[in-house]
Design a protein around this ligand. Structure first.
Ligand SMILES: C[S@@+](CC[C@H](N)C(=O)[O-])C[C@H]1O[C@@H](n2cnc3c(N)ncnc32)[C@H](O)[C@@H]1O
Length: 263
């Protein structure tokens, strides 16, 4: 089975932690303010936005509350169900909707719709390696209106490697509610693909009980590599920021927040 289907679809209960760890929830309003600022800067004050890899609708709902029409697409049926519940709770059903779909076949998911902007936020890109990632960007170009901005927010490879002391093997943990996730990562410098095993444990009175293991894989990009991919896929890179506060990109910035426009 394709690893992303296994992780995001089969193990949704634990991976919702990966989709939105607590440190990400806490700064959602800051992230959304940055997204809206960038959309406006590139001329999108209203219109239809694609939230590509919408997870449980964190960004979808917030953008709808800012007055955008939003279509969220995610491969995980459980996340999409949760996103639509969240949309209903926020009372923004008129503006927002999430559907199940694979970004590798976005044309089939959105059919004739054309977007004023596309947002791929919080590491929702880079799961498949250069060629497939490029075809996803081509799909985005196909469903975007001419001049539409594409915002991609991913981890900055250089800062990830620095934080790991440039070691190829790295272990870290994430805790939430009753679950502890031990993530063991192996970075391949020949491909810049970081392959991880996520070991999920549940806390009980006796200690930690193993629940499952699931794969997680990222092609970690540097800014110039992402820009090359974007150009080859019909996008013109315009600017890059380095964090959710909106600071300019530097080699040790935690994130690459790339803005490009559909040529
Ligand atoms: C780290 S989460 C981010 C969720 C959301 N963008 C946010 O900011 O909260 C990445 C999301 O990408 C989704 N995803 C992974 N592969 C996908 C694919 N091929 N097509 C659509 N969604 C995908 C996962 O199900 C997950 O919800």
């Amino acid at each position: 089975m394709d690893w992303s289907l296994e992780t995001w679809v089969r193990w949704f209960a634990y991976s919702s932690l990966l989709a939105e760890p607590p440190y990400v929830w806490g700064s959602t309003s800051q992230q959304v303010m940055l997204i809206v600022k960038l959309l406006k800067k590139y001329g999108v004050r209203k219109g239809l936005v694609l939230d590509a890899g919408c997870g449980i609708g964190r960004i979808t709902v917030a953008l709808a509350e800012y007055g955008y029409d939003v279509l969220g697409v995610d491969i995980s049926p459980k996340f999409v169900e949760m996103a639509n519940e969240r949309i209903a709770r926020a009372g923004v059903e008129e503006r927002a909707k999430c559907v199940v779909g694979d970004l590798r076949r976005i044309q089939e998911v959105v059919m004739e719709k054309r977007f004023d902007a596309i947002v791929s936020w919080f590491s929702s890109f880079g799961f498949y390696g250069d060629e497939v990632d490029k075809s996803i960007l081509r799909g985005f170009a196909w469903v975007a209106k001419e001049g539409a901005p594409l915002l991609i927010d991913i981890e900055n490879r250089d800062s990830v490697l620095k934080a790991r002391g440039y070691s190829l093997d790295y272990k870290w943990t994430l805790e939430h509610d009753n679950y502890v996730l031990l993530i063991e990562s192996k970075y391949d410098p020949w491909t810049s693909v970081d392959k991880s095993t996520v070991n999920v444990y549940e806390k009980d009175v006796t200690g930690l009980k193993t629940v499952t293991k699931m794969p997680l894989q990222f092609r970690l990009y540097s800014l110039h590599e992402l820009n090359k991919l974007l150009r080859e896929a019909g996008w013109l890179p315009k600017e890059a920021l380095g964090d959710w506060e909106g600071n300019p990109f530097k080699p040790d910035s935690p994130r690459i927040i790339s803005v490009s426009v559909r040529e």
